[in-house]
Design a protein around this ligand. Structure first.
Ligand SMILES: [Zn+2]
Length: 202
């Protein structure tokens, strides 16, 4: 599909190709659809994107997305369980399965398996410890991936939580989480949650 060397269109195709699951071919198809629907798509999309850019930020306490105009879910009433995940995509998968309805803590990645872990490499770990203390949380469920980095991270997080005496559990072994969590069916996720193992302070 020729794009007639219009710089604006080429730039847009380039940006859209960076989205997950889209290559240059599908990006061009999307751009064409946009151009053919200026009022129905381009205008509302432009406005919505600007709003998201301006108003949606990552909460510095729990790592979730929040609107700058309202309090984050983590500051709402008391809660007894926190499920720790690596990223927002993992949280969305667990949420949409309906298996777990409690609060989440999004670390923002994993620790490298080989480097010094002294400062937690920018992950939201200190704020997790503070949340557990402040809310007198009864259980922290670690739902990090089964990769080396995921395991390193879950060890480190449970070490940091030791002083709080909170019960720490981990999703059942043999269940791929993290990178693969979005491909899990609800049944597998359900059994991973149901058969979670206690790893500390039981
Ligand atoms: Zn928050």
């Amino acid at each position: 599909m020729a794009v007639n060397n219009i710089k604006e269109i080429e730039d847009l195709v380039k940006i859209i190709s960076k989205l997950p699951g889209l290559g240059p071919k599908s990006a061009k198809r999307i751009v064409l659809k946009l151009i053919n629907s200026r009022e129905e798509l381009i205008r509302p999309l432009t406005n919505t994107l600007a709003q998201v850019y301006k108003n949606v930020v990552r909460c510095k306490i729990c790592g979730n997305l929040k609107s700058i105009n309202s309090d984050c879910v983590c500051s709402s009433k008391k809660y007894e369980q926190i499920c720790v995940v690596e990223n927002i995509a993992d949280m969305w998968v667990i949420q949409s399965s309906g298996i777990y309805k409690g609060h989440y803590h999004i670390l923002g990645g994993t620790l490298p398996s080989f480097e010094s872990k002294k400062n937690g490499s920018g992950l939201l770990i200190e704020s997790l410890v503070n949340r557990v203390k402040k809310n007198q949380v009864k259980e922290v469920i670690l739902a990090t991936s089964t990769s080396v980095e995921g395991e390193t991270t879950s060890h480190y997080v449970s070490d940091c939580l030791k002083e709080t005496k909170v019960k720490i559990t981990k999703l059942a072994k043999g269940v791929p989480v993290g990178g693969e969590i979005e491909f899990l069916d609800d049944g597998t996720l359900y059994s991973a949650f149901k058969n979670r193992n206690s790893i500390a302070n039981d």
